[in-house]
Each structure stands twice: as structure tokens, then as C-alpha cells.
Design a protein around this ligand. Structure first.
Ligand code: AMP
Ligand code: MG
Length: 412
């Protein structure tokens, strides 16, 4: 294809917008907190009560009335009578701290009536039922007041956030279980290509090992999707029809690799037109141009090219954002950072290039180094790769030292 024809191709951003229009957030479900790791919170959650619920001690020490310690110091200790002990789990009425008295208290125990500060063990000495306080304390010292963490009614976890260990712990503290979440979409994966054998098998003449299946299963899992079917499909029309029909019945989203270019045995586009429709084909990008958006029996479909690097780049640009929208995620795209390019690179104008880069940080500045040869079949360019630098559609040269925008796939 000549360069001129690139002008008609849809831009990556427009194509992504079309992809995102074609999918909707899935239905929500209730799950217990124990099963919610990695799922997406589907409705804003507010605090049913303050946290902590009651004033409690931040230290092991003595609960006192701060006023009783006034003037206390290393050489002028104040002596207080020990009237009892409060442990974590006790109620706040096991002892009353009357004037001139103190109660032993453990971290997390409720502040007993009459006390308003904690003297930590380290500045005291206990003898004959009395405690010598060697430091004056102010009201509230080492006390964690009720509501210090969260006030009743405050937002605990916003809609569209993924539930990680921190979110689960806070919701657990507040007794918010079950939670309303969205699971990842069920994805059916179809890998086309007569040349493919399993990674465990020895390829015959002209055969290659199927790496896209492994890559896509891993990418799907990391994106929070649930692969429910993953099959290799021969390059025969009937086989492709049969596989896509079955895939659409099993899944919320169908994803395929290969068979979307213009070869005699690239049946995927034809079959999609027969079973559903094609919304767009081909995007002004490199690698990954012959990407297909469509639907099979009303199930959204994304067809990636077969070249392994195109699979990764196409997945990142289109499939992952679509999956995140279906999961109800607040953010759909990868984060970006600006980095200094460490070598000069060139290309022909016409398509946006996604240059695989390795990131490094020196003196608080990020540097991006291309991971070697950038062909769409160069799988080694994906090893120890942290993301892609965008090499603009109309640009022909990026110069060493120039700032580039990098979409971060992972941090070094
Ligand atoms: P296609 O898009 O089907 O024309 O495939 C483009 C290129 O990607 C060809 O060189 C294929 O051999 C290669 N390829 C296709 N599928 C896979 C796969 N599953 N794993 C590794 N390489 C593949
Ligand atoms: Mg093929």
C-alpha cells in the first residue's frame, strides 16, 4: 500500500473512541469482601459510622487527666495513683480516672472516663501502685479521637475504583460487606492460523509456535477480564464461522488474533460480516494497522492482527480500554509520562508509531530507550519493555534528547 492511502485511515484516538462507544458497563453483582479483590466498585460507598468508633489510646501507657500532669518533668515527676487497667477490647467504663489518678492503658483500648490524654510508658516509672509521670502532657496527646480516620457519611470508596488490599481493609473495618461490584467481562479468544502449534510442540517445516494465545491470556487476565474460551481456529471459512458463532454465545466480548489482513486465507472479516457487522477496519498505526471493530450476534468483537507485537499494541490501545469500560472502571487508559529520548529514530509519515521503550530514571528525570528493532514481528522488543513512546502520525524524526510521551505499561 502506498503512503498516500494512509491519509484515509482512521486515527488511533478516533478508533478508540469508536471502540469505547461500542461497549457498555456490565451488570453489577454483590460479592463478599473476601471475593472482591481486583473487582471494580460499582456504587459510591459512604461510611455508616465514624472510624475509629471511640476515642482510644495510640500508645501503651497511662490514661490521665492532662491537667494532673502540669509541671511534671524528669526531675519533678508527678505521682498519680493507679486505679485500674484498660486493655484493647475492654469497654470504657471498666475504670474511672478520678483527679490525681491514672489507669494503665494498652494501645487500642478505649479512653476511660475522666481521662483526656495518654502518658507513654517510656516517660514513667511504676512503684507500689503509683506511677511517676516525668513529662507533662497536653489534652489529647496520644489519643486517637473517634472519627479521626473517617467521619460518618464520608465517601469511603468512589464508584469505578478497583478494590485492592487498602480498599478491602477499610470496607472491612466499616462492616461494608457484601459490596456491589462489576466482574470483568467474559472474553472468548480465537487464535487463527494454520501455521500454529502449541509451545510444547516441535514445529514442523514452516510451522511456528503460537505465542499470541499466551500473550492474550496474560493481557486479558492483567486487564481484569475473564477468559472463558480460548481456541485455535484453522484458516478454513467453515471453521472460522463455527468458532465465532460459538464464541459469541459464551462471552461478553470476542477477541481474535490473525486473519484480518488481505491474504487469501484471512477469513475473519468475511465471517464477521456474515454473522454480524464490521464497524471499522484499519487504523493509522504501526504496528497493528489491520485491526477490526465489529460485532458477532450482537456481542462486541475486536480482531487484532496476527503479528505478535501488533497483538500487544492493539490490545493496549483498544481491548484493554474496552474491558475497563465494561468493568465500570473510572480510568480507561494507561497513565503517561514525559521522558527524554536517548536515541534518534526516524520513520515515514502517515501512521502513529508506538515505539517500545525501556524507561530509566536519573536525577528525577525519566529517559526512554527504544528496545531495539521495531518490526511488528520482533517479539524481543517486548522483553523488559515498560511501554510505548508515541511517534506522531505526521512526524518523520524524533531526535535524541527530545521529550516524548510514553504510555506506561509497567514501571521499571
Ligand atoms: P496474520 O495476521 O494471520 O496474517 O498473521 C501475521 C503474522 O503473524 C504471520 O507471520 C503469522 O505467522 C504470525 N502469527 C499469526 N498468529 C500468530 C500466533 N498466534 N503466534 C505467533 N505468531 C502468529
Ligand atoms: Mg494468519
Amino acid at each position: 500500500m502506498g503512503e498516500a492511502s494512509f491519509a484515509n485511515l482512521l486515527s488511533v484516538d478516533d478508533a478508540r473512541a469508536r471502540v469505547l462507544e461500542s461497549v457498555e458497563p456490565l451488570a453489577t453483582e454483590k460479592v463478599s469482601l473476601r471475593d472482591a479483590l481486583g473487582l471494580v466498585n460499582a456504587a459510591e460507598i459512604r461510611a455508616p459510622h465514624p472510624l475509629p468508633r471511640f476515642d482510644n489510646s495510640a500508645m501503651d501507657g497511662y490514661a490521665v487527666a492532662a491537667a494532673d500532669t502540669s509541671g511534671a518533668g524528669e526531675f519533678s515527676p508527678v505521682e498519680l495513683e493507679i486505679v485500674g487497667e484498660v486493655r484493647a477490647g475492654d469497654s470504657d467504663d471498666v475504670v474511672v480516672v478520678v483527679p490525681g489518678a491514672a489507669a494503665r492503658i494498652m494501645t487500642g483500648a478505649p479512653l476511660p472516663a475522666g481521662s483526656d490524654a495518654i502518658v507513654m510508658v517510656e516517660v514513667t516509672e511504676e512503684k507500689d501502685g503509683k506511677v511517676l509521670v516525668k513529662s507533662a502532657v497536653e489534652k489529647g496527646l496520644h489519643v486517637r479521637p473517634a472519627g479521626d480516620d473517617v467521619d460518618a457519611g464520608e465517601i469511603l470508596v468512589g464508584e469505578g475504583l478497583e478494590l485492592g488490599p487498602g480498599e478491602l481493609a477499610l470496607l472491612g473495618s466499616m462492616g461494608v460487606t457484601p459490596v456491589q461490584v462489576r466482574w470483568g467481562p467474559r472474553v472468548a479468544l480465537l487464535i487463527t492460523g494454520d501455521e500454529l502449534v502449541d509451545p510444547e510442540d516441535e514445529p514442523g517445516p514452516g510451522q511456528i509456535r503460537d505465542s499470541n494465545q499466551l500473550a492474550l491470556l496474560a493481557l486479558l487476565e492483567q486487564a481484569g477480564a475473564r477468559p472463558v474460551l480460548s481456541e485455535r481456529v484453522p484458516d478454513r471459512r467453515e471453521a472460522v464461522v463455527e468458532a465465532f458463532s460459538r464464541a459469541a454465545k459464551a462471552a461478553d466480548l470476542v477477541v481474535s488474533s490473525g486473519g484480518v489482513a488481505v491474504g487469501r486465507y484471512d477469513f475473519v472479516k468475511d465471517v464477521i460480516e456474515e454473522l454480524g457487522h464490521i464497524e471499522l477496519w484499519r487504523v493509522a498505526m504501526q504496528p497493528g494497522k489491520p485491526v477490526v471493530l465489529g460485532s458477532v450476534s450482537n456481542v462486541p468483537f475486536l480482531g487484532l492482527p496476527g503479528n505478535p507485537v501488533s497483538v500487544h499494541v492493539g490490545f493496549e490501545q483498544f481491548v484493554r480500554p474496552a474491558i475497563r469500560k465494561m468493568r465500570g472502571c473510572r480510568s480507561l487508559r494507561r497513565p503517561i509520562l514525559d521522558a527524554t529520548l536517548t536515541e534518534t529514530i526516524t520513520k515515514r509519515p502517515g501512521r502513529l508509531h508506538f515505539v517500545r521503550v525501556r524507561l530509566s530514571n536519573r536525577d528525577h528525570e525519566w529517559f526512554a530507550t527504544p528496545t531495539g528493532s521495531q518490526g511488528s514481528h520482533i517479539q524481543s522488543s517486548l522483553v523488559d519493555c515498560h511501554g510505548v513512546a508515541r511517534f506522531g502520525r505526521e512526524e518523520a524524526k524524533l531526535t535524541e534528547g527530545q521529550r516524548v510521551t510514553v504510555e506506561i505499561w509497567r514501571l521499571p
